[in-house]
Design a protein around this ligand. Structure first.
Ligand SMILES: *Cc1c(COP(=O)(O)O)cnc(C)c1O
Length: 366
């Protein structure tokens, strides 16, 4: 199948996928590699799908340099389910500290309160989630079961470049990281992490798959009320096949991992992500017509919320974007304005095309 060039899609999630991946999935839809079956039609315990799942797991382990003492789990329920599944598994009925850096970590704190004694260690709510709560300012309690951080706030566009070293802050609890919207966009320092989770639909593949990467000493502590299918130890002991995993989403994720390797891996895609983000922020900051309100040190490379200084032009801006084949730029309803999500699968040419449109629109309306 040959397609005219597809529009550039800036959706925050479910988000754009590499075209090569979609083409391969289309070609294999009816018959995966001569098996006579499409991937959706295979038993998850059959030889074919087991090979697909194992390749996906080992490619992910390579890409993110996941150490041998971490288990990779393919789960379901998305980031929001993990907000409950994490405390069910790791809180041990005790205390949990949460850093609130945007809407998603705010939700994580709310949900964890159902299972644990939760305190907010730091919050940027007062400035509308536009700053980065610096680790040195966090008020961490002694003896907490874990500390929760959202390392990239998808709605507010706030990102931690480096993960905090909790030990250096005098805290020996494991760090739990919600990295849903920037996983695989940069390296992860596993020496600082106890557990990382990510819904797949931002930077990996289809909705329905949730990745959990967990240090093995944290397994086996789930509360008695934790559903068996959400007990990390049960999932790990059954190689993510305690119940039927989201097989097609795992297959697509596996194709994305192969695509990433072909791009040169995480270091290469990170360099591309830096170039894309610099191009866009540099233009926005210099324009006088548009504005990003996040403090420079906290700006996300993946999600770029921005505002037209004259918001009465919002509708015209979005209509014109559609005509220029630039899709899904409307900001989250809680923030307003616009948002460009520029995940791994967005090429530099897509961001260039957006900047060209931004310039053109500003010229015509400035
Ligand atoms: C999208 C997102 C979530 C929620 O994911 P669901 O799959 O809708 O549950 C959680 N955290 C972050 C950082 C996200 O970007």
């Amino acid at each position: 199948m040959t397609l005219a060039q597809r529009p550039y899609n800036f959706s925050a999630g479910p988000a754009t996928l590499p075209e090569a991946v979609l083409q391969q999935a289309a070609a294999e839809m009816l018959d995966w590699q001569g098996s006579g079956m499409g991937v959706m039609e295979m038993s998850h315990r059959g030889r074919e799908f087991m090979a697909i799942a194992q390749a996906a797991e080992s490619d992910l382990r390579d890409l993110l340099a996941v150490p041998a003492n971490f288990r990779i789990l393919f789960m379901q329920g998305g980031g929001l389910a993990e907000n409950a599944i994490v405390p069910l598994n790791l809180s041990r009925g005790g205390a949990v500290d949460v850093v609130v850096s945007g809407a998603w970590s705010h939700k994580s704190a709310q949900e964890a309160r159902r299972y644990a004694d939760v305190a907010v260690a730091a919050s940027n709510e007062a400035d509308g989630h536009t700053s980065l709560p610096a680790p040195a300012s966090w008020r961490l309690r002694q003896g907490v079961s874990y500390v929760h951080l959202c390392s990239n706030e998808t709605i507010h566009g706030v990102e931690y470049g480096a993960l905090p070293d909790l030990a250096a802050l005098g805290c020996d609890a494991p760090l739990v990281v919600d990295c849903s919207s920037h996983i695989l966009s940069r390296a992860i320092d596993w020496s600082r992490v106890g557990l990382a989770f990510a819904g797949a639909q931002k930077n990996i593949g289809p909705a329905g798959l949730t990745l959990v990467i967990v240090r093995d000493d944290l397994l086996g502590q789930a509360l008695a009320i934790c559903p068996s299918a959400f007990d990390y130890k049960t999932v790990a002991d059954n190689a993510s096949m305690f119940n039927t995993p989201p097989t097609y989403a795992i297959y697509i994720a596996g194709l994305v991992f192969k695509w990433l390797k072909a791009q040169g891996g995480v270091a290469a895609i990170e360099a591309c992500n830096i170039a894309k983000a610099e191009l866009l922020y540099h233009y926005l900051d210099g324009s006088g017509f548009y504005q990003n309100r996040v403090a420079p040190e906290g700006r996300s490379r993946m999600n770029v919320p921005f505002f037209l200084r004259d918001e009465s032009l919002n509708e015209a801006f979005l209509a014109g974007a559609g005509q220029h084949r630039l899709l899904q730029l409307k900001g989250h309803k809680s923030v307003g304005g616009m948002r460009a999500s520029i995940y791994n699968a967005m090429p530099l040419a897509g961001v260039q095309s957006l900047v060209d449109y931004l310039k053109d629109f500003a010229l015509r309306h400035g």
